[in-house]
Write a protein that binds this ligand. Structure first.
Ligand code: C2O
Ligand code: CU
Length: 424
């Protein structure tokens, strides 16, 4: 793929069906999705369907819900789609490397009655760390320096596989933009220019009331955000989605070139999207609280943590390439972090004792954040926990099986920040 601008070499990639990102998979809410993974890589792999309230056996987590699929073999995924919304799929075997090399794509589950928009656009936001001389991905995926700090940040940012992604639209046209952060570790700060927008869904799940976009939007790794935007710029004016670059300037991420006019006036606030089933999280106030401190990393370290059934000191953990722990456990332990009975409401209090932000993702079920005053946030599957902050998530454990709870900064997940819960 030509990821870098013309004049730079092309990049050898790993891909689904030959493109980066992989093909957009669209299916109807309530239908069943079937896809055969045929592994023509030279390494084992598996596919995770991020955010789908899925049958556990189809969750794609090598070593927990299935064996990784060896080279030359295949695996049939088939599962029901209870929820409409914006989801994505990506490799879940050695994800740090496989996702960085290109193994991800959008998964869009359509409402029976779609909202009143003129167009529906998927914007998969990614970054790539390329060697400018060779075009190759910089392949020190296990670099301790990156893993123990913020994770791997690319030197090129793009949308749908292009650093110069653009689309054209007419003035007062209404677009649904489905933003997906498929980057390895980068948290994007985003802003609209020449567009008037509302956030209508987070991580696939509709908000009760669309929220006008007035400020910077924050999209952490693996998070999604559905916006409904009206093109309010005049023909010839610049419009689009901007991102905050490392040097604190706003750069264009997706340019919208305004050509012609769709209507003489914009449409006004959109209606909320139809609710998905089982969106209520009940009995939160009386549910037991499970403590999950997020621990480790550069500058803080750990006194000790369990790893592969042994209690190791910080020195020993570092020798094993482990820099992080969740509640004293580095990597998957024999025993789950918690065993919940089906239908039980659970609360997990994640206290970030590190100096880095972490995008914590629960598989199989969506949760709501619970503030100290007891109020509940929107349904999500991935939440950004900032340094020295405490974020409590509450969810109904209504999906049977073994579910990962991990940081979606993929280098963190690979070096300790992965745990699991059991719903029995
Ligand atoms: Cu999007 Cu465990 O992953
Ligand atoms: Cu992390």
């Amino acid at each position: 793929m030509q990821l870098a601008p013309d004049g730079y070499p092309a990049t050898p990639v790993w891909s689904y069906d030959g493109t980066i990102p992989g093909p957009v998979i669209r299916a109807a809410q309530g239908s069943r999705l079937q896809r055969r993974l045929v592994n023509t890589l030279e390494v084992p792999t598996s596919v995770h369907w991020h955010g789908i309230r899925i049958d556990n056996a189809m969750d794609g987590v090598a070593g927990l819900t299935q064996n990784a699929v060896p080279p030359g073999e295949s695996f049939d995924y088939a599962f029901d789609l209870p929820d409409a919304g914006t989801y994505w799929y990506h490799a879940h075997t050695n994800s740090m490397e496989q996702v960085a090399r290109g193994l991800s794509g959008a998964l869009i589950i359509e409402e029976a009655t779609p909202p009143d928009v003129d167009r529906d656009e998927v914007l998969m936001i990614d970054d790539w760390l390329l060697d400018p001389d060779t075009g190759l991905f910089v392949d020190d995926f296990a670099a301790p320096m990156t893993r123990s700090h913020g994770g791997q940040i690319g030197n090129l940012v793009g949308v749908n596989g292009r650093y110069d992604y653009s689309l054209s639209a007419r003035q007062n046209e209404r677009l649904r933009l489905r933003l997906i952060n498929s980057a390895n570790a980068q948290i994007f700060g985003l802003k609209l220019e020449g567009l008037t927008g509302w956030t209508v869904a987070l991580d696939g799940m509709p908000l009760d009331t669309p929220e006008p976009v007035t400020d910077t939007l924050v999209l952490a790794p693996a998070q999604r955000m559905d916006l409904i935007v009206d093109i309010t710029a005049e023909e010839g004016e610049t419009a689009g989605l901007l991102f905050a670059a490392a040097d604190d300037t706003w750069r264009v991420l997706a340019e919208v070139s305004v050509e012609g006019r769709a209507a003489s006036v914009p449409r006004g606030a959109p209606q909320p999207l139809p609710r998905n089933p089982r969106m209520e999280v009940v009995g939160v106030d009386t549910a037991p609280v499970l403590e999950m401190p997020l621990q480790g990393g550069a500058m803080r370290g750990l006194e000790s943590a369990a790893f592969n059934g042994q209690k190791l000191t910080w020195q020993e953990l570092v020798q094993q390439g482990q820099f992080w722990a969740l509640a004293g456990q580095a990597g998957l332990g024999e025993a789950p972090f918690a065993t919940l009975s089906r239908g039980e409401t659970a609360r997990i209090r994640m206290t970030n004792d590190t100096i880095f932000p972490h995008a914590m993702h629960l598989h199989g079920m969506h949760f709501r954040t619970r503030k100290e005053d007891g109020s509940l946030g929107p349904l999500r599957d991935t939440v950004l926990v900032m340094p020295n902050e405490m974020t409590e998530i509450a969810f109904v454990a209504d999906n049977l099986g073994k579910w990962l709870l991990h940081c979606h900064m993929l280098g963190h997940a690979a070096s300790g920040m992965t745990n699991w819960i059991m719903v029995a």
